[in-house]
Structure formats: C-alpha cells, structure tokens
Design a protein around this ligand. Structure first.
Ligand code: NAD
Ligand code: LMR
Length: 342
C-alpha cells in the first residue's frame, strides 16, 4: 500500500504507509453520509490513516453497524457512530476535517443537476450544522451537483458569519485520478508518474483536463486529445451506465476522497509541499468558483496555482471558454437556492 496516493507535484512525502503507527499529532475527521456507497469504503480508507485519531461516522440510518465493523481494525483511530439530526452536533464538535458524501446518486439518463432538488437541501442542512459546531474545519463537499453544492455551502457559511473560503473544497480529485489512469493507459506510462491537472468544475464539459500540462511531458495527437478529454468528461456516466441503476462511482470516489483527506491532513500537519486540484472560491477566471490546482497549507488554500491556465493549447482555450456559461449558471443556481432559504 506504499505510495497508494500518487504524488502530485514532484516530491510529496507519502504518509499513507505505516498505517498502524500512531502519530505525535493526529486529527479528528467526520464523514457525513457514512453508511452510503462512498461513505463506507471512504471510512475504511480514512481508518487506515496514521494521521487520524478519531473517525466520526454520521448518517440518517445504518451507521451503527458500519462503525462496529470498522472499529475492529487495529489502526490508531477511534471510531464513533452518530445517527440522525439529534446526534449531528456531537458528531461535529472538535472535528478538523468534515467530508460530505451524503445525498442521492445518479441513475442512467440523469445529469448531476437532476440531483439538485434533493441534495441541495441535504448539503444546506449539514453545512449549517458544521457552521454551528466546527466552523474552523476543512469542509470537503462530494455531494452532487458539486458545481452548485459548493456555492450553496459558501452561502450557508456566510449566512452564519463563519465563511472562510480557504477551507471550503469541492472534491474533484476523482477527475484527476481518472485522467491520470486513462492517460497512463493510452501512452503506456508508469501510472505513479502521471499527473494531469483537471480544471473548471465537476460535470460534463465543465470538467476540463489540461492534457498539454501532463507530467511527465508527453505529446498527443488531436484525435487522442479529443478521445481522452471526452472519456474523462464522461467517466462518471460510464460508471453510472455500467451500474445500470445501482448508483454511481463509489469505490474510485472513496479512493479519490481519501487521497484528498490525506492531503488535507498532511497540510494541517505542516507538510509544505501539498498540491491538489479542487473546486474552490477562485479569482483565476471571472467565475467565483473554479477548480484548479491549489497549494494546501495549515489554514486551507494557501495559493491557487495560476500557471496551469497559462500557455494553453487552442483546443483547451476553446474548451475553457465553452465551459464558462454552464459553470456560471450552476453557481448562480446554488447561490440563488441558498439565498432563497435564508
Ligand atoms: P448512496 O445513496 O449510496 O449514499 C448516500 C448516503 O447519504 C446514504 O447512506 C444516505 O443515508 C445518506 N444521507 C442521505 N441524506 C442524508 C442526510 N440528510 N444526512 C446524512 N446522510 C444522509 O450514494 P453514494 O453513491 O455514496 O453518493 C453520494 C453522493 O456523492 C451523490 O450525490 C453522488 O452524486 C456524489 N458523488 C460525487 C462524486 C464526486 O466526484 N464529487 C463522485 C461520486 C459520487
Ligand atoms: C462521478 O463523476 O463519478 C460522480 O460525479 C458521480 C456521477 O454522477 O457521475
């Protein structure tokens, strides 16, 4: 399991080894939606982290069994279960990282935006509780449509007077994981070496892999660029169709989310060399939220890395312009929803 989470920019220290050794400093992590398709494998992967001292699992149902099961693993963290709204506050007190995969997944034929009506309310309610109980925590939003649920979360935190844009993240790590996998397969590269930044948002054409920025440097034909870009953009749908009504990506998502949690914990722990792509409040473009490579630090987003958007190919520049109206509309839909509820 060594180097499970591939390095992003060169020489990141990998702390996912030594799973069974407690660390001098360690952190409390909460997973909201912990008995779901993502929640369960994500909880398992987070349980393996030596940087975690307490793992708080929350769901509206079935969380007791998941916690009992997980608690038998002889890794350092203590597992506690919390069921239903009356236990949510206790779940969140003292927590440093909150991961939110609560909500309904897609079925074939649906877009992520079709989940808005149900998931917007779930995210709003959960983030209200985060604001009340652990306002300083890093918040990782997985629930779709991420392009709208992150702006909803931002508005809720603003309404509560505790919004810190550096600590609110839309989890787009799965897009990077997929891009790395597909590019390595196509170009016969060693998987662990490949790093493709993915920018924009997390739905359809708003997912923009910057293949020209692939590390190690590799050249693609126009056909390869088109084929890889479309595959990365449709990879979620590929899984939804393969599962044929039984949900969307859960295992690869749990892997990606665990990588983002581990990166956040390493940053909190003082590692000065942690980079990930994430959908955050941003001034990189004219859009208020935008996914791009960020540097993570103890206080959250330490820097948004502008260089990935410089020197784009013609194809990438056109794709960037093409995604903006859709992403803008999704952001406005989220903001409008949250303001109406206030
Ligand atoms: P799932 O239905 O298997 O699990 C969702 C869990 O959320 C369930 O256990 C359910 O009880 C729980 N839940 C529902 N309402 C809740 C509430 N108010 N409070 C707490 N928990 C609640 O779904 P899943 O496959 O785990 O997917 C979850 C979400 O993640 C979906 O919206 C899906 O679209 C999204 N997703 C995002 C990405 C990404 O890249 N960001 C990838 C995959 C899936
Ligand atoms: C994904 O990219 O796999 C997720 O956003 C789930 C989905 O609905 O495709």
């Amino acid at each position: 399991l060594r180097n499970l989470f591939a390095p992003r920019m060169g020489k990141q220290r990998q702390s996912f080894s030594n799973h069974f050794q407690p660390r001098a400093s360690s952190y409390k992590v909460a997973v909201l939606g912990a008995s779901g398709g993502i929640g369960q494998p994500l909880a398992l992967l987070v349980k393996m982290s030596p940087l975690v001292s307490a793992l708080h699992l929350y769901d509206i149902a079935n969380v007791k069994g998941v916690a009992a099961d997980l608690s038998h693993c002889n890794t350092p963290s203590q597992v506690l279960d919390f069921t239903g709204p009356s236990e949510l506050a206790n779940c969140l007190k003292g927590v440093e990282v909150v991961v939110i995969p609560a909500g309904v997944p897609r079925k074939p034929g649906m877009t992520r935006d079709d989940l808005f009506n149900i998931n917007a309310n779930i995210v709003r309610t959960l983030v209200e509780a985060v604001a009340d109980n652990c306002p300083d925590a890093f918040i990782h939003i997985i629930s779709n449509p991420v392009n709208s649920t992150v702006p909803i979360a931002a508005e809720v935190l603003k309404q509560k007077g505790v919004y810190d844009p550096k600590k609110l993240f839309g989890v787009t790590t799965l897009d990077v994981v997929r891009a790395n996998t597909f590019v390595a397969q196509k170009k016969n590269l060693k998987l662990i070496d490949v790093d493709v930044p993915v920018v924009g948002g997390h739905a359809g054409i708003t997912i923009l892999p910057l293949l020209s920025k692939t590390k190690p440097s590799v050249s693609f034909t126009d056909e390869e660029v088109e084929e890889l870009t479309v595959r990365i953009q449709n990879a979620g749908t590929e899984v939804v169709e393969a599962k044929a009504g039984a949900g969307s990506a859960t295992l690869s998502m749990a892997y990606a989310a665990a990588r983002f949690v581990e990166s956040s914990l390493r940053a909190l722990d003082g590692d000065g060399d942690v980079y990930e792509c994430s959908y955050v409040q941003s001034d990189l473009t004219e859009l208020p939220f935008f996914a791009s490579r960020i540097k993570l630090g103890k206080k959250g987003v330490e820097a948004i890395i502008p260089s990935d958007l410089q020197g784009l190919t013609e194809y990438e520049m056109q794709a960037l312009e093409a995604l903006k109206p859709e992403l803008k509309a999704s952001i406005e839909k989220g903001v409008g929803f949250a303001q109406k509820q206030a």
